[in-house]
Design a protein around this ligand. Structure first.
Ligand code: SF4
Length: 217
């Protein structure tokens, strides 16, 4: 005889499990958008992601950093980079922080292509923008909390986020509606303006970064 569940919802996965499933599905939709764009441009998805990672970045990046961001081997990253250099979308130059090292920069053509890649994923931005502002803010806060938790697992690649930036001053105005501050522009930094990928970002020391992410845990 079949065992009947006590309630019709007994088989429903936990909320946490469904959050992870939903994020995975959204990631899949975004990846397929990148895939379609890459195919149309004669590139592979990893190459498009490299162009996006370098977009609006004034300082060059090392190959090892790219490999970490994409969770691929240095050898695979090297192949993708070599192909992008041969297509005139990336260039190599001396790293400003270490004259013996090589850094990678977008060419003008690479920057234009990265901009078009962003526009190709505009459908996702449109869907997020259509949510009520309070929902957007609650979602952003929840995602910061989730990222903060994942940071503790050492599985999350380095971000150019306010919370890992040396210019970020947490709780500079305690008890105020806008407690945080950006020392670069010397202005209070409301939650709704906290960045996940800022072109002016400069890494904070490890202790400060851990303390900053704790704001969201
Ligand atoms: S806005 Fe940019 S420069 Fe300012 S704290 Fe955030 S990441 Fe750093």
């Amino acid at each position: 005889m079949d065992i009947q569940p006590e309630t019709p919802w007994d088989g429903t996965p936990d909320v946490s499990s469904r959050i992870v499933t939903a994020i995975g599905r959204i990631g899949g939709v975004l990846r397929s958008g990148v895939w379609a764009f890459a195919t149309a441009e004669g590139l592979n998805p990893a190459q498009v992601e490299i162009l996006q990672l370098l977009y609006r970045r004034s300082r060059g990046v090392r190959l090892t950093w790219l490999a970490r961001q994409l969770s691929i081997s240095s050898a695979s990253a090297s192949d993708s980079v070599a192909s992008l250099v041969s297509k005139g979308l990336l260039r190599k130059a001396r790293d400003s922080e270490d004259a013996r090292a090589t850094a990678l920069f977008l060419t003008d053509a690479g920057a234009a292509l990265a901009g078009r890649a962003g526009a190709a994923l505009g459908f996702a931005d449109d869907a997020a923008a259509a949510l009520p502002e309070a929902t957007q803010l609650a979602l952003l806060t929840g995602l910061f909390r989730l990222i903060a938790g994942l940071q503790q697992t050492q599985r999350f690649p380095e971000l150019r986020a306010c919370l890992s930036c040396r210019f970020f001053e947490p709780d500079r105005y305690p008890g105020q509606p806008t407690p945080h501050h950006c020392a670069l522009v010397d202005a209070p930094l409301p939650l709704k303006f906290l960045r996940i990928d800022c072109a002016e970002h400069e890494p904070a020391d490890a202790d400060s970064e851990r303390r900053n992410w704790r704001i969201f845990t």
